[in-house]
Structures are given as structure tokens and as C-alpha cells.
Write a protein that binds this ligand. Sequence first.
Ligand code: PBG
Length: 324
Amino acid sequence: MIHRFRNLRKSDAVRRMVAETTITADDFILPIFITEGSKLKEEISSMPNYFRMSLDMISQEIEEISKLGVQSVLLFTKVEDDKKTDDCREALNEKGLMVRSIQRIKSLNPNLIVMTDVALDPFSPYGHDGIVRNSKILNDETVDVLARMSELHAVAGADFVAPSDMMDGRIIRIRERLEETGNSEVGILSYSAKYASSLYGPFRDALESAPGFGDKKTYQMDYRNRLEAIREVVQDVKEGADIVMIKPAGMYLDIIREVRNTVTVPVAAYQVSGEYAMIKASAINGWISEETAILESIYAIKRAGADLIASYFTKDVIRLLKND
Ligand code: PBG
């Protein structure tokens, strides 16, 4: 026998020495759900142990995660029903919840990287990521609002805007708008290849933003497609995206790898709410071991080629790394 492969697996120390994939706290982006009101910390029914919080409660959370070593957060706000209008004008409210959240979080910890969701679904009575007319989701009208929304977040202090809508041409329009308005130091993390997925259900519970009619297949990608993801990513890089993102993550590892091999910008992957829910649900039932399943899912995403991972398990993973 020439190769005794088991020699590289013989002890924990040897396995660590030859491990090809490593993760650190710096790789993670923590999604945060914010709601109006005070003293609210509401568990999301389909996301056990994950919460939607009012801004006063967010302050404690920011302190906790900063101590833990979280470097970056991705903000989502829940919009009250009476503020959802056809033109999604609340998205451009200078005193809106997103603006106040960015300002508050930046004042609590200026070093925390603040990324903001840029999409219209929380603001739309239809729950769609664009302006709706005659049951159609309008591309160019939507892009115009997204660019202005990005400017608003930039002025409030966001480090990166993260358009999650999948309209065509939005990255160049956002980049141009940021330049024109003196916000050139703000980056764009683009959800470049975002698939129409069954795994977003729990997120839509969190923001009460499920589509009121139809589905999102005219803008989000068809999961049968691989080359199309490359087209989307390459186009976003051309238009000025600083970071490209694949979403969901765990069922799209082939896409992550192919994108990593194709472009030279940082590649992020979003382990979405349904991925979180699946692991949580089986762990709660005692069907899988939670900690090992979390780590395996995260290492798989990293191994596939993701430089950054947005995950609801961010805090768990960092704690596990610390105890390791
Ligand atoms: C909507 C948006 C969604 C997610 C992030 N931004 C849901 C959707 O496209 O319907 C999903 C995130 C998750 O499931 O964790 N712009």
C-alpha cells in the first residue's frame, strides 16, 4: 500500500493541520429584522430563537454582537401595513425606520459594517420587489426608486447597500446615483444570482411580505439554470458591484463554485431563512445534532467558494469557533 490516507485523519490535531477550509468571525454577515414600536422582541414563528426587534432592543443586541466579534450586519425593516402603497413611497421616507436604524446602529458602533436591504417588497401592498401595474412588475420605474433608496441609506450612514430585487440594470443606476450625490464611498453588495426559491418562506413571515399575487419567477432566477447565474454575475460586476451574492446557499453550491472561478470580486452566499428553519426544525425534533449540522452547512458553503456568508447562524458559529 502506498497511500495511507487515514494518516491525515488520525487525530484532531492532524485533521486541523491539514484542513483545507477555515472560517473566521470576519466571514459573516448577520441579518437583523427591525420593527416599529418599543420593548419589542418577537420570535419569528418559523425561525425558532430568531427575533424581530424594535430599535430600543436593537441597542442591546448591537452591544452583544459587537462584544462577540460580529463585524457586519444586514438590516431589514418591517413596514406597517398602512404605510404600504402602490408607489412604495415609504421606501424614500427620510425619517423612515431604515434611516433611523442605520443612524442608531452607527452611533452605537461606528466600526460595525452596516449593510442595508434595498428592495420594495416590504413597502409594497403586493409584497413584490417592484412597482406593480396591471399585475406586472415594472423594471425601470422600480430601478429609479431603488437608486433613490440607496442614496437615502448612504446619506444615513450605510457602508454598503444590498439590492435584493433582481431588476435588470439596477447596479449601474445605483452606482451612478451614489456618485452623483457625493456618496462615492458607499459600496454595493449585489444579490446577483438570486433564485426563486421555496426557502424564503420564513423570511416573509418575519417581514409579513409574502407576495399577494403570483410568485417572483419573472424576476428571480429559475433553479434549473446555471449559465444564467454567470451572466447575471458578470453583468453586475460590469455595472459596478463590489461584492456579488448567490442566494440561497446550501442548495446552490455548484453555482457558488462556478461564480468563484469566474469573477475576481469577493463572492458572498446567503444561507437563507428556510435553510435555518430546516436545521432548527430537525434539531428541535432531535433528528439531527444542531451544532454539527450548523458547522457542516457553513463549511460546505465556504468550501464551495464563498468568501462571505450571510447567515442566521452567525452568532452560533462565532460562539462555536470561540469554544473550539
Ligand atoms: C426580498 C428578500 C427576500 C429575502 C431577502 N430579501 C425574500 C424574497 O425574495 O421574497 C429572503 C431572505 C431569507 O429567506 O432569509 N427582497
